[in-house]
Design a protein around this ligand. Structure first.
Ligand code: NA7
Length: 543
């Protein structure tokens, strides 16, 4: 069929990960009809797909979880400081069942187009089956790190051995046992899977383009007393997270790297290195992300650690990050990452010394040599934030497609809406704090704010919601001015779209802090949403 006779719904939603499920929960709470679509066979979003060995969250599990239900946070118990992917996925499944949200989604179903019908004030989504569905509001809960980057490794199509991507992992670790394996990419995904693949592979060759800063994750079981303590104080902890810079409890530092002696600096880095996590080395002084010289002291501390851990001096020097400031590109948290390079069966190739020129059916060919392998693991990252949004082909007759409207870079109001696309909302979208925060906090805040705005508009009798161009321009200026003060602005990374060829450079997040952002959004709501046009008298019956 090319059309459907399903009744018009209030909310159309793409994605059944953390964002989509909470959006469904809020819709149900508010009595709105909801039609959700999910490409995967089940809930989970990025945690459904990223099942590679070692996949885990590097935000601590007690924070990286929903805060909206006291019962939920009391009944669920995390087993480790950093939850492994299977545990996060079972948590998401638990939430879906507990709040009866699964019925609100159609699985194995992709939204391939979304068109605004200006006369009806409705969105019409087209599904990969050809079916269509109409609804008043369109929520993109499609995630920031959900569209894998296109494979841009030369000659990949020639390779006849086993190929697997971390973001679409579909083999078992055993399938790599006794094989000569290559891993291409050393971001968080590569860093997490490399030590585990090394344990089973006959030979592992890591192809590294840019060495990153890898902190020891210091993962471990969560002790009963810790859990009891957290549960006793959960609502206070969550409140602290909501008003913190990163969506995790803060550890404020006000002094700068050169305010203290060299000796004290080293001691503090050591303690931070032991503590690890996002409040570790990279957050030890207030100026590490703004002053390159200060940053260099932390960077050099990490390089020393690498030289201490890795026995072979040449391998150690290739692993030393020299190409970007610490933290300006997403830092990684590993377990035995550098130690893995001391294994007999592991070697490291620097793609800066010898770029890949092509592949043959059984080898990776670089400018210096040829490496025979049985399997290639791609850990090359994502087309972050805009990839998943553009895949929806969101279109209005006036503004055209979202990707055309944003051809010179992303433009949003609060990372939530964009001018020219009425009733279209992004949850944890580009230019929101999602990028550099505990994203679950950002998701809850966004869903609450969007839902309140819709409630407000309904009460006003308006059903068309759109930000003004002026408010949007202001927000873009704020996000740029905020990031321009930091080393993020000058470092190539997926944060700025520089990992995807041809992607316009827009810093994809707001780095002013989760707490500050929340205050701004709350204030805007209190003032009756000045920046947002609410119009369109109700014309469709029944909603
Ligand atoms: P990332 O962090 O984007 O890492 C991708 C890695 O792959 C990185 O080391 C890249 O090197 C490398 N890469 C990408 N393309 C190529 C090609 N063509 N050839 C060789 N090497 C390549 O993705 P992850 O999946 O690890 O992590 C994404 C986020 O998920 C992470 O930040 C957390 O927030 C969770 P480069 O640095 O570009 O030189």
């Amino acid at each position: 069929t090319t059309s459907s006779t399903s009744p018009i719904v209030d909310v159309l939603c793409v994605g059944a990960g953390f964002s989509g499920l909470y959006a469904a929960y809020q819709a149900a709470e508010r009595g709105w009809t909801f039609a959700g679509y999910e490409a995967a066979p089940d809930v989970g979003g990025t945690w459904y797909w990223n099942t590679y060995p070692g996949a885990r969250c590097d935000v601590e599990s007690i924070y990286y979880s929903y805060s909206f239900s006291e019962e939920l946070q009391q009944e669920w118990t995390w087993s480790e400081r950093f939850a492994p992917q299977p545990e996060i996925l079972s948590y998401i499944n638990h939430v879906a069942d507990r709040f009866d949200l699964r019925r609100l989604f159609r699985f194995n179903t992709k939204v391939v187009a979304a068109n605004w019908l200006p006369d009806e004030h409705l969105w019409e989504v087209t599904l990969d089956s050809g079916d269509t569905q109409r609804g008043r509001y369109l929520l993109a809960a499609s995630g920031g790190l959900s569209t894998p980057k296109d494979v841009d490794v030369p000659g990949m199509e020639n390779f006849a051995g086993l190929t697997v991507s971390t973001s679409r992992w579909n083999i078992s670790l055993d399938d790599l046992a006794g094989k000569r394996v290559a891993v291409i990419g050393t971001g968080s995904s590569g860093v997490q899977c490399i030590p585990l693949i090394a344990e089973v592979a006959e030979q592992l060759t890591v192809f590294q383009r840019t060495p990153n800063y890898v902190f020891p994750a210091r993962n471990g079981p969560l002790h009963e007393e810790t859990i009891a303590e957290v549960k006793r104080n959960y609502s206070a902890i969550r409140e602290e997270c909501r008003h913190s810079p990163g969506g995790i409890p803060d550890r404020p530092v006000t002094d700068c790297a050169f305010d203290v002696s060299e000796e004290e600096r080293q001691e503090r880095y050591e303690r931070a290195y032991e503590r690890s996590g996002f409040l570790g080395v990279g957050a030890e002084f207030a100026d590490l992300l703004t002053d390159p010289k200060a940053n260099e002291t932390a960077a050099e501390f990490m390089r020393n650690k690498i030289r201490e851990i890795v026995h072979d001096p040449r391998t150690a020097s290739l692993l030393e990050p020299h190409f970007h400031p610490l933290g300006a590109k997403r830092s990684c948290f590993g377990t035995d990452y550098y130690e893995t390079f001391n294994r007999e069966n592991v070697s490291l190739i620097s793609l800066r010394e010898e770029p890949i020129t092509t592949m043959t059916s059984d080898s990776i060919v670089t400018e210096r040599g040829s490496y025979e392998v049985d399997a290639i693991v791609l850990a090359i990252g994502f087309d972050a934030f805009t990839g998943p949004l553009f895949a929806l082909n969101v279109t209005t007759p006036e503004a055209g497609r979202l990707q055309d409207a944003w051809s010179d870079g992303v433009r949003t109001y609060l990372g939530v809406m964009t001018a020219g696309f009425p009733n279209f909302f992004m949850i944890a979208g580009p230019q929101s704090p999602a990028l550099v925060s505990n994203v679950v906090m950002t998701i809850e805040q966004a869903v609450d704010w969007i839902s309140d705005l819709i409630t407000h508009a309904k009460a006003e009798g308006g059903e068309v919601i759109e930000p003004t161009t002026e408010a949007q321009d202001d927000w873009v200026t704020i996000t740029e001015a905020t990031v321009d003060q930091t080393l993020f602005a000058t470092t190539d990374s997926w944060y700025r779209g520089s990992n995807v060829a041809g992607k316009p450079t827009t810093f994809l997040g707001y780095v002013g802090g989760v707490g500050k952002y929340r205050r701004m959004c709350t204030e805007i709501a209190k003032r009756g949403y000045p920046g947002v046009k609410i119009g369109g008298q109700a014309i469709a019956p029944g909603i």
